[in-house]
Design a protein around this ligand. Structure first.
Ligand code: GAL
Length: 682
């Protein structure tokens, strides 16, 4: 399990509040009403730079001092945000070099947010100064319990193309490659005559270009963006550390692309927080498709967050319909969904859930992004549901800090994740398998963790899992192969999919038979491969008692000595060729499946490996219900979450007690629509 610097000392409910959006006359009644409804923390100030520095170099702290006075009088706790996501107009007008640019060099203009670049030396100076001033002034206030850096680093935009970025990119590359010869070699610049003879010929990817940016440059560019975001976060956390009270925490809220969130958390944060808006899932699945994950799909993101920080916070939990005046339309959460979604966060590891936002903004771009209260400020059903959730949370104290049970890990790494953002072959297989893995494991009641593999990963971090599924590690190196080998030799089971081992760390293709470096583990030899043609039928693979579809892509394989073929393709030009190969390695084994993973193929393989539907001793569940198991000091706690817009039946096969009702539960049970049950196994 990853290290955790900060744990909440009790299950906590919060809310995002913008004192600058409301008449001061409302502050006191708002805070009182929050407290009456179980909300004990507010997050404030993350977009309010002008309230501290309305003119360059002229500082004033009265506004938030007055607000903190109210909080302190009434007993409200505060998470204070640094306001760097929205630089003031005086700053961006006078110093346009702080602005981020599009790939064609056009600058982003004032009026939105996150229009700055991380690398402008001047912006970094302004940010360092405002953070220092704020921390110096407010850090000792007793109401403050934590600090949020900026807001959603890399959200809205995760590409940076300003002058300062190009300058910083060159420095990043000089450090990495030292000489242009090495860089030219790593990027294969001999192709299409891209060879660089001076460092200042190198730029961040520029537009317009004719359909082509060097893929190896692109991969390094994303690594650079990630480093830039981390260094911007570190700039602020280093300052905050000098001022914050002992016991207060530093966080930032995520989860966004082109950013190694694990490294950022290790370097800069005490706890990672996530912004959870499950309503977005309805853009992917329709409510009417009974076979779809819909909002349950959000558990995928929460699992990812848990991999960064086992006991995280949710800084923004959906409380109303999504919407901006410029984009997005969405339904209001149905009665019950607000409580369900907040408990989904808790089930997956959140000990702090803060709703976005107390009251819907009455003006501005986000006036359709609904909060708990509407513009009319009357009590409403959403407020009652927040109250219900707060009451529920009090009863879940035993869950706080408890371990998420998982015997399967979905292995990822940033190099492959980033490569797949621009390599279309890579992204097609990865996206298909991601859906298949998440659905297969969810519907098959296989609780899983996500593990990010790095060169430094220790075998002890993998050893707690019986099965690792590492679907498409196109990019791989010796260090990662070596830890996987040790894991398997010690009895672990590793599953890989098509295209494994295709590339090295630069994103180039080594002249090796595929699966490249994996060959020593997998016993498979990829003799040919192909995308699926829409003009042909999807090849079939019969395995166990299932007929699987080998969708999107197929590695056409042969087993090498010591490996065995578990299943073959049919209905295609490579009829009879191996589709699934197994090789025993030490006390464990490696399975190479030649295609992408579908819900069915994941379940077939998990069944074969003995990790599908293993909870019958405790509960018998239809696929409709999400199962989460948490363990604390030898006790087991089972979350059952019903996302369906209808009731679902299940059966509890042991004696349990509901933490929510206090009643003993066993035998047949009905979970009403959007209901959650949390059972302690007695
Ligand atoms: C989040 C963001 C909030 C607010 C919310 C609704 O991504 O952190 O500041 O913008 O979305 O759009």
């Amino acid at each position: 399990m990853r290290k955790q610097n900060f744990l909440f000392d009790k299950m906590t409910v919060g809310v995002c509040y913008y004192p600058e959006h409301w008449d001061r006359a409302l502050w006191e009644s708002d805070i009182k009403r929050m407290l009456e409804n179980g909300i004990t923390v507010v997050r404030i100030a993350e977009f309010a730079w002008n309230k501290f520095e309305n003119e360059e170099g002229v500082f004033n702290f009265d506004f938030f001092d007055d607000f903190l006075d109210v909080c302190e009088k009434l007993g409200m706790k505060v998470i204070f945000g640094t306001p760097t996501a929205t630089p003031p107009a005086w700053l961006t007008e006078k110093y346009p070099e702080v602005l981020n640019a599009r790939q064609d060099g056009a600058l982003y203009r004032h009026g939105g947010r996150r229009h700055y670049n991380y690398n402008s030396p001047l912006y970094r100076l302004f940010c360092a100064r405002i953070v220092e001033k704020i921390a110096d002034h407010y850090a000792k206030r007793p109401s403050i319990i934590g600090w949020q850096i900026d807001n959603e680093l890399n959200c809205e935009i995760s590409g940076f193309y300003s002058q300062s970025d190009t300058v910083a990119f060159r420095e990043f590359l000089k450090k990495k490659y030292e000489t242009l010869d090495r860089l030219n070699e790593a990027w294969g610049t001999v192709f299409w005559n891209q060879t660089y003879t001076k460092w200042d010929q190198i730029f961040v990817p520029r537009a317009p270009n004719i359909n082509a940016v060097n893929p190896h440059l692109n991969l390094d560019y994303i690594r650079f963006v990630s480093q830039s975001a981390i260094s911007f976060c570190a700039l602020q956390s280093d300052i905050l550390r000098k001022y914050i009270k002992p016991g207060d925490f530093i966080t930032t809220n995520g989860l966004f692309g082109n950013l190694d969130n694990h490294e950022m958390t290790d370097k800069c944060l005490d706890i990672y927080t996530y912004d959870s808006y499950p309503n977005f899932a309805y853009g992917v699945d329709s409510v009417w498709d009974d076979n779809a994950l819909s909002d349950r799909r959000w558990s995928r993101n929460l699992t990812e967050v848990r991999s960064i920080c086992p006991h995280f916070g949710v800084m923004e939990q959906q409380s109303g319909a999504n919407g901006w005046s410029t984009r997005m339309e969405a339904a209001a959460p149905r009665p019950g969904q607000l409580n369900l979604w907040a408990l989904q966060s808790v089930a997956h590891g959140a000990d702090f859930v803060s709703f976005f936002r107390w009251r819907t903004a009455a003006f501005g771009t986000e006036m359709y992004w609904h909060g708990i209260l509407d513009y009319d400020n009357r009590d409403n059903r959403r407020l009652s549901e927040v109250r219900l959730f707060a009451d529920n949370l009090k009863k879940l104290e035993k869950i706080r800090g408890s371990k998420f049970y998982a015997k399967v890990a979905y292995v990822k790494d940033y190099d492959n994740e980033w490569d797949s953002t621009f390599d279309v072959w890579h992204s097609r297989v990865s996206r298909a398998s991601d859906a298949g893995i998440v659905e297969g494991l969810q519907f098959g009641h296989v609780p899983y963790d996500v593990v990010y593999l790095k060169d430094e990963t220790l075998v002890s971090e993998l050893a707690e899992y019986d099965v690792l599924i590492y679907p498409h590690p196109l990019i791989i190196n010796e260090a990662r192969i070596s830890v996987l080998k040790e894991y398997v030799e010690n009895g672990g089971k590793l599953v890989i999919g098509c295209r494994a081992g295709q590339k090295d760390m630069t994103g180039k293709c080594p002249m090796l038979p595929m699966p490249g470096l994996f060959s020593c583990l997998s016993g498979s030899d990829v003799i040919d491969f192909t995308f699926q043609s829409p003009a042909e039928k999807v090849p079939k693979v019969s395995f166990g008692n299932r007929e699987l579809e080998a969708k999107v892509f197929c590695d056409i394989m042969e087993a090498k000595e010591g490996a065995k073929v578990l299943a073959s393709y049919s209905g295609c030009f490579f009829e009879g060729r191996a589709a699934l190969i197994e090789k025993e390695v030490g006390c464990g084994k490696v399975l190479h499946y030649g295609s992408t993973f579908t819900r069915d193929s994941v379940q077939a393989i998990m069944e074969y490996l003995g990790v599908l539907e293993t909870f019958d001793e405790i509960v018998t569940l239809p696929g409709d219900i999400e199962l989460v198991l948490r363990e604390n000091e030898g006790r087991k706690y089972v979350f059952l979450l019903n996302y369906k817009h209808r009731k679902v039946e299940a059966k509890v096969n042991v004696r349990t007690r509901s933490l929510l009702t206090g009643k003993e539960v066993s035998g047949d049970i009905t979970l009403e629509k959007f209901a959650v049950e949390v059972l302690e196994v007695l």
